[in-house]
Design a protein around this ligand. Structure first.
Ligand code: GYE
Length: 323
C-alpha cells in the first residue's frame, strides 16, 4: 500500500512540474493564452493608425493571443498610467507605441521588475537597451532622407518648402522633420513654413496651407509627414487654383503609402510617397512566439520600406497593396 501511495505522489509531482513548466513557458496565468498589452497612440489618428490597430487585432486573434489594447488619445500621461495598469494586470508582454518618445523609463523598469518583456513597435522610444526586450520600428529619419534625396534629384531652380509636421515629440515626427531640416541646410533650400500639426489629420494641414496661401507665402514643395496631411494640403491648393503633382507648380511629398494615397501618386497628384508600413501585428506575433520558445531575438529590428514616384508607379503596384 505504501508503495502505491509513494508511486501516486511521484506521478503527481511529475505532472505538477510539467504543468508548471508549460505554464511558465506559455503564460504567467497558466490559462494557456499569451496575453499582450498594447499601448496604442490614438484610435482615430490617421489611416495608417487604423491599419496598424487592425493588424494587431487580426494577427493576435489568428495567433490565439489575448490582446488588451489601450489608447492614449493624445495624452502621454494617460499612456503611461494605462501601461502601468497593464503591468498590474500581469500581462505576459507589453507592446508600446509612444505618443511621446521620452518619459518611458519608469514604465520599462516596472515591466522589467514584473518580468514582463517590454517591446517597442512603430516608434522607437528614448530607452537604454537594458530597458527593453525588442523593437520593431521604422527608421523615420531614413524615410525623410529618401524624400530629401528624391527632391534633390528633381533639380528644381528653387526649393521653397512647406513642412507639415506630425504630432510633436514622437520619433516619426522627430525623424522626418530632422531629415528635411538637415537636407534644407545642406542643399541651401528655404523652408518657408515648419510647424507640427496637433495630430496627423488633414483638416489641420488643409487650414495651415490655406492660411499660407491667403497670406501670400510663396512655396513650391509640400513635405507632409503623412498621407492624410498631404491630402489636406492638396485640398487647400485646389481651393486656391494652385497646380501640383506631376504636371503642377508644386511638388507634393507624403509618407505612409496607404493604398488610397498610392492611387493619388498614380494619378500624378502626389509626386512621391515614402512607405511606412503599419502591419506590425504579424511581426510582433513572430517575435513573441520566438520569446515563448526561448529563442533569441534581434533587439533592434527596422522595417524594410519602399518609396513610390509618380513617374514610375504602376496600377499593379497599387493593386498589390495590403493597406
Ligand atoms: O506616419 C502617421 C501615424 O507612427 C509612423 O503615425 C506612424 C505615424 C504615421 O498617425 O500616419
Amino acid at each position: 500500500m505504501k508503495k502505491l501511495i509513494s508511486l501516486v505522489l511521484v506521478v503527481a509531482v511529475i505532472f505538477s512540474l510539467a504543468a508548471c513548466g508549460k505554464k511558465d513557458a506559455a503564460t504567467s496565468k497558466g490559462d494557456g493564452k499569451v496575453t499582450v498589452g498594447v499601448v496604442q497612440t490614438n484610435a482615430n489618428e490617421s489611416d495608417w493608425r487604423t491599419a496598424n490597430t487592425k493588424s494587431f487585432n487580426e494577427a493576435f486573434e489568428e495567433a490565439g493571443f489575448e490582446i488588451k489594447m489601450v489608447f492614449g488619445e493624445g495624452d502621454h500621461a494617460k499612456q503611461i498610467s494605462e501601461a502601468q495598469q497593464l503591468i498590474q494586470e500581469e500581462v505576459d508582454y507589453l507592446v508600446v507605441l509612444g505618443i511621446q518618445a521620452a518619459g518611458w523609463e519608469d514604465v520599462a523598469k516596472a515591466a522589467q521588475e514584473a518580468g514582463i518583456p517590454f517591446i517597442m513597435a512603430d516608434r522607437k522610444l528614448d530607452l537604454d537597451e537594458k530597458l527593453y526586450t525588442a523593437m520593431v520600428c521604422s527608421d523615420f529619419e531614413a524615410e525623410g532622407v529618401k524624400a530629401v534625396e528624391w527632391l534633390k534629384s528633381q533639380a528644381l531652380s528653387e526649393n521653397k518648402i512647406v513642412v507639415l509636421g506630425g504630432e510633436t515629440g514622437n520619433s516619426a515626427q522627430i525623424g522626418r522633420s530632422k531629415a528635411m531640416e538637415d537636407g534644407a541646410t545642406a542643399n541651401g533650400w528655404e523652408i518657408v513654413f515648419n510647424q507640427n500639426m496637433k495630430g496627423w489629420d488633414e483638416t489641420l494641414a488643409k487650414q495651415a496651407v490655406a492660411d499660407l496661401i491667403a497670406g501670400g507665402t510663396a512655396f513650391n514643395v509640400i513635405y507632409a509627414e503623412n498621407d492624410n496631411m498631404a491630402r489636406g494640403a492638396c485640398a487647400a491648393m485646389d481651393a486656391a487654383g494652385i497646380t501640383y503633382g506631376k504636371d503642377g507648380d508644386v511638388k507634393v511629398i507624403a509618407f505612409d503609402a496607404n493604398q488610397w494615397a498610392l492611387k493619388l501618386v498614380l494619378e500624378g497628384k502626389f509626386n512621391l510617397d515614402v512607405e511606412c508600413n503599419p502591419l506590425h501585428g504579424p511581426r510582433i506575433v513572430e517575435l513573441i512566439n520566438k520569446l515563448e520558445a526561448g529563442e533569441t531575438v534581434d533587439q533592434n529590428a527596422y522595417v524594410t520600406e519602399d518609396m513610390f514616384d509618380c513617374t514610375t508607379i504602376t496600377q499593379e503596384v497599387v493593386d498589390a497593396r495590403s493597406y
